[in-house]
Design a protein around this ligand. Structure first.
Ligand code: THU
Length: 154
């Protein structure tokens, strides 16, 4: 095994552990469905999130978007992989809202999901969201202050 492959496996294990630990913290008294997610930035940092439900159901936030928020808060804006696990027997793909949220920070993201039965599925985000909405495809000219966007800012 090459050094790159070893490092990459270690990172995958960290990503999975972070997602699973996050799932244990899920706040889901209304659905009873627990989800954990972990995102890996291109720089190699890993950030977890769990779903956080609310008595006003539409206020609920998915695990993936909590993990994105944690990454961005730590300065990570370029996402490489996301690992999702849940209390479903089957590996669940991220919901549509989370696909769009992930595309902001990782248009070429790899999505990995593990079910309770241990089965793992992987997709590219482009598989799951083939027509990503990007404002720059529809708005002409410079906009916003420097550093406001995910790309082009380190
Ligand atoms: N959920 C996630 O956390 N991620 C998804 O991609 C799908 C759904 C959560 C939201 C809610 O707390 C519960 O699962 C049931 O929809």
């Amino acid at each position: 095994m090459t050094r790159y492959e070893m490092e990459s496996d270690t990172k995958l294990a960290e990503l999975r552990d972070t997602a699973r630990r996050a799932m244990e913290r899920a706040y889901s008294p209304y659905s009873g469905f627990c989800v954990g997610a972990a995102v890996e930035t291109r720089e190699g940092s890993v950030h977890g999130g769990c779903n956080v439900e609310n008595a006003s159901f539409s206020v609920t936030i998915c695990a993936e978007r909590v993990a994105i928020g944690a990454a961005v808060t730590s300065g990570g804006r370029k996402l490489k992989r996301v690992y999702v696990c849940s209390t479903s027997a089957e590996p669940v793909p991220p919901c549509g809202v989370c696909r769009q949220a992930l595309s902001e920070f990782g248009p070429d993201l790899e999505v990995i999901s593990e079910g309770m039965d241990g089965r793992v599925r992987t997709w590219t985000l482009a598989d799951l969201l083939p027509e990503q909405f990007r404002l720059e495809d529809h708005v002409a000219g410079p906009r916003s202050e420097p550093g406001a966007r995910a790309e082009g800012h380190s």
